[in-house]
Design a protein around this ligand. Structure first.
Ligand code: KIV
Ligand code: ZN
Length: 388
């Protein structure tokens, strides 16, 4: 079968990078439940854990491998034999196993984390890939802190690990440092200067320390990467990882990018709620795509425009991400049009004069309350009937 050059593979690391967040730890049954939902969502790869880190994580990778059929199941390792042996053992039941091994690639990490040299680190990277390849065919290599790495050295490392058998090369912006054009240029450089790059897929793995994870991931895709790594709700270390729902909806909304995934976006909202509950990590109300306010229109100008034609203020339909529906929130900033819309929804039809009278009372009430609910509206209408 011919490889589709415009297909973007989605690598979910909610259960690994996401689960590293303090307070977000999950039990194995909870991880299995989430993994099954990720399979239904259509992710291509599930990073199920870091098996050497604890017996519980090891067992989770074993059980997830048994529970899912379609996605590749991936286990994280550092570049050493002990980690790789544990990962191989944990993946024994996986239909499509992948080992994700790697090492630091920036001078900062080489000197101050490994107290080593570029040459030695390159050797360790190649050894790890070769060792993992003896047991598992699909090997992803991560060049940790690639965002801050010297691009020529990075290219050398990428070329060497592909020659050693890596099928995917992950270029993480581990510290969320890069600007989108810098990150995009890095991917472009690898695409143009690594001579065996066509033998592997370039993956983007961005962190959100400067709020640029999604923008950087898109820049990577625009410059030739074809795998994106992220989490649901963008959870992850510090400021989090790239939010999968954001990247997928950007690709859907901007068809001119010419890229597509296998994701069923209608499942996003439900899965987001599930992750929020199980991981005890609230979703900020203004979070793109899945936040409580993502489809809530509250100012009079927007409400009026939205009620005339939803596309005036909506670039994504709520139903496309499984969101219950768009909402017109009634506050002191709402106009007559929004009030009329809600009153009609409750079965009241008012002429212009009546609406003006109720609207005045509504404004007085709305100034003293955060938002107005159906009961408040019914109260306003009862008051109008008494006056008449
Ligand atoms: O952010 C990072 O560099 C990682 C690697 C382990 C892939 O999570
Ligand atoms: Zn990460």
């Amino acid at each position: 079968m011919l490889h589709d050059p415009n297909r973007v593979y989605v690598f979910d690391t909610t259960l690994r990078d996401g689960e590293q967040v303090p307070g977000c730890q999950l039990t194995t049954p909870e991880k299995i439940e989430i993994a099954k939902e990720l399979e239904l969502l259509g992710v291509d790869i599930i990073e199920a854990g870091f098996p050497v880190s604890s017996p519980g994580d090891f067992q989770s990778v074993v059980e997830i491998s048994k529970a899912v059929k379609e996605p590749t199941v991936c286990a994280l390792t550092r570049a050493n034999k002990g980690d790789i042996d544990a990962a191989v053992a944990s993946l024994q039941y996986a239909k499509r196993p992948r080992i994700h091994t790697g090492i630091g690639s920036s001078d900062m990490h080489i000197k101050h984390k490994f107290n080593s040299t570029r040459e030695e680190i390159l050797e360790r990277a190649v050894e790890a890939v070769k060792y993992a390849k003896k047991s598992v065919e699909d090997i992803e290599f991560y060049a940790e802190d690639a965002g801050r790495a010297d691009v020529v050295y990075l290219a050398q490392m990428v070329e060497a690990v592909i020659a050693a058998g890596a099928t995917v090369v992950n270029i993480p912006d581990t510290n969320g440092y890069c600007l989108p054009d810098q990150y995009g240029a890095k991917i472009k450089f690898l695409k143009e200067n690594v001579k065996n790059i066509d033998k592997a897929i370039i993956s983007v793995h961005c962190h959100n320390d400067l709020g640029l994870a999604t923008a950087n991931s898109i820049a990577g895709l625009q410059n030739g990467a074809r795998q994106i790594e992220g989490t649901i709700n963008g959870i992850g270390e510090r400021a989090g990882n790239t939010s999968i729902e954001e990247v997928v909806m950007i690709l859907k909304t901007h068809q001119t990018l010419g890229l597509h995934t296998n994701i069923d976006s209608k499942k996003f909202y439900e899965l987001s709620q599930m992750i929020r509950t199980q991981m005890r990590m609230p979703v900020q109300p203004n979070k793109a795509i899945v936040g409580a306010n993502a489809f809530a229109h509250s100012s009079g100008i927007h409400q009026d425009g939205f009620l005339k034609m939803r596309e005036n203020y909506e670039i994504i339909r709520p139903e496309d991400v499984g969101f219950p529906s768009a909402t017109i929130v009634l506050t002191a900033r709402s106009g007559r049009h929004a009030l009329k819309f809600h009153l009609e929804r409750l079965g009241y039809t008012l002429d212009k004069e009546e609406l003006a009278f109720v609207y005045n009372n509504f404004l007085t009430l709305a100034d003293s309350k955060l938002d107005i609910n159906d009961q408040d509206l019914q109260g306003l209408m009862a008051h109008r009937l008494v006056k008449n």
